[in-house]
Design a protein around this ligand. Structure first.
Ligand code: NAD
Length: 365
């Protein structure tokens, strides 16, 4: 029998048969026999452990790899800098999956008549989520710093729609717009351009963002500022611009922010403290703005994906092949997500199907 169980039984047996209320004031027997040590152990000395600590808190030597806690720590030798544009393969819209409306579904999921903006929509998760909105009936403006790829992707979405809906008499309007979301001037310029082309905006999905890996001590300050600039400022600036437009129109709307599981957990083994903090900021920004804009009928939610296989994560895995094994070993369902796994979530949160859902973080992992 385990020692803890044994001690619990001893404590149970020693407990007098008194009413529960009286018991609460009594010191448990276990604390009377076990000294409480609060001083941290010194690195240059072996910690002195009593029998109980040794039996219950330590693994056997070698049991958890080279050193204890190995699989729960970050590894500072892993460094991944966000690649140059030319180093990333372009994304393609999803083909032949769920494009045509052949199955009955709730009308509330339809995005007919809506105009959605997707930042970072040129590729990756943004592109597939934009496709979900188009497939559900919306016109969409792709906003991205990569102008050429955004234009190719906009055309790709129209082509996919036509291929999936050969008899459709209405083809959605999908446009591409340059924007550096971390710049207020650029955000306002692109918003004006979208309004000129589409006339209005009802929905926003903020997917522009990126991650890099450096240990915190070595993280170059300018890169950290850029990371926060795109992930946090970019999300904030675009959301405020769209909310202002909605309030001026006195129209309801929905904003879906793309956070990350990294906003609520610490990923291992790659070190990425600034990214984790940035995504925690996005998560709480969603809650804060949801409360602030509820009076105007503007809903704000956050999707926090786990590891999804996009061009960006593929590049990271190509550079660090061991990572995939470690990542999947930590995912309860045992596999990374596909970008299209987010299509339903973003459609739900953007459409009237979620009209009473706001201030919510939706984890996808
Ligand atoms: N891929 C994953 O596993 C994963 C997991 C959780 C969260 N996320 C988040 O999802 C979002 C999309 O990630 P992805 O994997 O699709 O990345 P991605 O690199 O494939 O796509 C990101 C897009 O954002 C654009 N972009 C970057 N900086 C920009 C800027 N300053 N202004 C405008 N556009 C800019 C890029 O050009 C690119 O088209 C990011 O916010 C990311 O942090 C990704």
């Amino acid at each position: 029998m385990f020692k803890t169980q044994l001690l619990r039984r001893v404590a149970g047996a020693a407990r007098p048969q008194a009413p529960r209320v009286a018991l609460r004031t009594r010191q448990p027997l276990i604390s009377a026999i076990r000294p409480f040590a609060s001083s941290p152990y010194r690195r240059d000395k072996e910690p002195v452990l009593d029998d109980m600590d040794a039996a219950t808190t330590m693994g056997s030597p070698g049991e958890s790899g080279d050193h204890e806690g190995q699989y729960a720590r970050t590894e500072k030798s892993i460094r991944v800098e966000y690649p140059e544009e030319d180093d990333l393969p372009p994304s393609q819209p999803v083909q032949g999956r769920g494009g045509a409306h052949l199955l009955r579904t709730l009308a509330a999921f339809s995005m007919e008549g809506r105009v959605g903006v997707v930042t970072g929509g040129a590729r990756g998760l943004g592109l597939v989520m934009a496709q979900a909105l188009v497939t559900s009936g919306a016109d969409v403006a792709l906003v991205d710093m990569n102008r050429d790829e955004a234009q190719r992707s906009a055309q790709g979405l129209i082509d996919s729609f036509k291929a999936d809906n050969p008899g459709s008499d209405k083809v959605p309007k999908v446009t591409a717009h340059f924007c550096d979301v971390s710049s207020p001037t650029s955000v306002n310029q692109s918003l004006a351009e979208i309004l000129k082309t589409h006339g209005k905006i009802d929905n926003l999905v903020t997917s522009a963002g990126f991650t890099e890996n450096y240990d915190a001590i070595s993280y170059p300050y300018d890169r950290m500022q850029k990371l926060w600039g795109v992930n946090v400022d970019g999300t904030y600036l675009y959301s405020v611009a769209v909310a202002k437009h909605l309030m001026e129109r006195e129209a309801p709307g929905s904003i879906v922010m793309i956070g990350s599981m990294s906003g609520s957990i610490v990923n291992v083994p790659q070190p990425q403290a600034p990214y984790n903090a940035a995504k925690a900021a996005v998560r709480h920004l969603a809650s804060s703005l949801a409360v602030e804009w509820a009076h105007a009928g503007i809903r704000v939610n956050c999707i926090s994906p786990g590891y999804m296989l996009t061009a960006l994560t593929k590049k990271i895995l190509d550079d660090n092949p061991e990572l995939q094994k470690q990542w999947t070993s930590l995912i309860p369902v045992g596999k990374m997500g596909r970008p299209e796994d987010l299509m339903g979530a973003v459609t739900f949160l953007s459409s009237d199907a979620s009209s009473y859902v706001t201030v919510c973080e939706h984890s996808a992992w």
